[in-house]
Design a protein around this ligand. Structure first.
Ligand code: ADP
Ligand code: MG
Length: 474
């Protein structure tokens, strides 16, 4: 079946699937997937990487199979396979962002927070959802409590008190509860404030003698989210105001969610009666995610951004970020920048300097000192260049120099020839001689082929750029 037809079929199937799924999840998991071919009674569906593949098999196999069979009665089963060459610009790819726009309006809306009159409130960030919060042993309880609160606000755990260090996902989780509640009922009045902001409001109210009015406003709220409560320490008046607000909402069974960098008992300069209020509900801590969870967070964020970074690079980043998820995201953001803006595939060598900058002087895990980052030893002769290319493609130098015509080996060999010409400026004859005495026309052909192919094939372009980058050229 020709490519265009497969693409149309896949688009129809996706349009059916989106109706049965949460759209944000659908977009995450079906991005860069394709109906690759129909093999007798089996439909083969490609996923761009192993992580997506795993999730599709686990969560979407049944509905995908049902929808495929509705459309193609001859198909008996579906099979998901990993096809690393699938990427956004690929002609086989259907743009999932356009699918189910209608549906989106129905399910993922509610971004508009009903503002309580007279109150400045920050609108919730729609990117923070309970679904895209990656769960691991160190945040599982906090996530479960957030889900319970979103399901039955004001009932399950009131207040919900989430505490933990900087950049571990507290704000994400707090806002996610708000987003979830709004999704179910966009009329709910939600206030998200940081305690600094709350303090400022209290100060303004006091100055203009409008304390009563401020209390009145807060009383209308269904859900009050107050982030980073530790900043209320030493602010006695604000604490008093908050105490009253808290009591009013609590008695009216309105949900309160609080975050802090410490557990309540360690908030030494907070009024004891306030501290004890916090202990009435549910207290959960959020810790720094373990290695596997960090990798999963990176994978999820790559999915959301629609870029593919190989597993070994993600593991390398996850091994070397040991402070906060925010740091993890920072490195990923830089790696994405390489990929999107400079068309360079992130590799261990290209991301190493980013990680090194976070912790200068600290040895990196997963890269030997003999394998320094870029610029340290730019391949200046053909021997080191061929070694770099072989390493990059996880092949042996002998493969590249030898006669093996396997597709991946030929490609790596041609790339090495191309770079030797472009980067080292060697003659076709010299390059041919190095590659086991090949004819200069073979080398010429290889160089031309890589150059034209790079225009069409983004992956090849990024890989070649990554090699140049590793050599300190780009
Ligand atoms: P905190 O408020 O604890 O300082 P944030 O909620 O601002 O931390 O989190 C920092 C960043 O890390 C955010 O972009 C958030 O989306 C991300 N993040 C933290 N934990 C997770 C997680 N478990 N899954 C997905 N993203 C996370
Ligand atoms: Mg925060």
């Amino acid at each position: 079946m020709e490519a265009e037809r497969l693409k149309q079929l896949w688009e129809q199937i996706l349009t059916a699937i989106v109706q049965r799924s949460k759209r944000s999840k659908f977009v995450t998991w079906f991005k860069n997937t394709a109906l690759l071919r129909l093999d007798g009674t089996t439909a083969i569906i490609g996923a761009p990487n192993p992580f997506t593949h795993e999730t599709l098999v686990r969560e979407y196999r049944d509905i995908t199979q049902e929808e495929v069979r509705k459309l193609l009665p001859e198909v008996e089963k579906i099979e998901f396979v990993v096809d690393g060459s699938l990427h956004a610009k690929d002609s086989r790819i259907v743009n999932v962002d356009k699918i189910g726009e209608e549906h989106k309006r129905k399910t993922d809306t509610a971004r508009e927070v009903t503002l309580v009159e007279g109150l400045s409130t920050k609108v919730l960030n729609p990117d923070y959802t309970l679904d895209n919060f990656v769960i691991g042993p160190d945040n599982q309880l906090a996530h479960a409590a957030a889900v319970a609160v979103a399901r039955k606000p004001g009932h399950a755990y009131n207040p919900l008190f989430v505490y933990g260090g900087v950049g571990l996902g507290k704000t994400h989780l707090l806002q996610a509860v708000g987003n979830e509640i709004l999704k179910k009922n966009s009329k709910k009045k939600i206030i998200y404030v940081t305690s600094e902001r709350f303090t400022n409001e209290v100060i303004t109210a006091i100055r203009s003698r409008k304390n009563e009015q401020l209390r009145e406003t807060y009383r209308q709220v269904d859900l009050l989210i107050i982030d980073d409560i530790q900043f209320l320490e030493h602010k006695e008046q604000t604490q008093v105001e908050f105490f009253h607000t808290f009591n009013t909402l609590y008695e009216a069974k309105k949900q309160i969610i609080i975050s802090s960098d410490r557990p309540p008992q360690d908030l030494d300069s907070l009024e004891p009666r306030l501290r004890s209020r916090f202990e009435w509900g549910m207290m959960v801590d959020i810790g720094f995610p373990d290695f596997e969870t960090r990798v999963a967070i990176l994978q999820t964020k790559c999915q959301q951004k629609g870029i593919f970074i190989s597993q070994d690079v993600l593991s390398f980043i996850a091994s070397n970020v040991t402070e906060s998820v925010r740091e993890l995201e920072g490195v990923l953001h830089q790696a994405t920048g390489l990929y999107e803006l400079r068309h360079i595939t992130p590799t261990i060598k290209t991301v190493a300097p980013m990680l090194q900058k976070l912790h200068p002087g600290k040895p990196l895990i997963g890269i030997s000192n003999q394998q320094p980052g870029r610029n340290a030893n730019g391949a200046q002769n053909i021997e080191s260049l061929v070694k770099n290319v072989a390493d990059y493609y996880k092949l042996f130098v002998e493969d590249l120099l030898g006669e093996n015509r396997r597709a991946d080996i030929s490609l790596a060999r041609q790339v090495a020839m191309f770079l030797a010409k472009k980067h080292l400026g060697l003659t076709y004859q010299a390059i041919g001689a190095y590659f086991s005495g090949r004819n200069h026309t073979t080398v010429m052909h290889a160089c031309e082929k890589v150059a034209t192919e790079m225009e069409k094939n983004q992956t090849l372009k990024r890989d070649t750029n990554a090699l140049l980058h590793e050599m300190g050229v780009l």
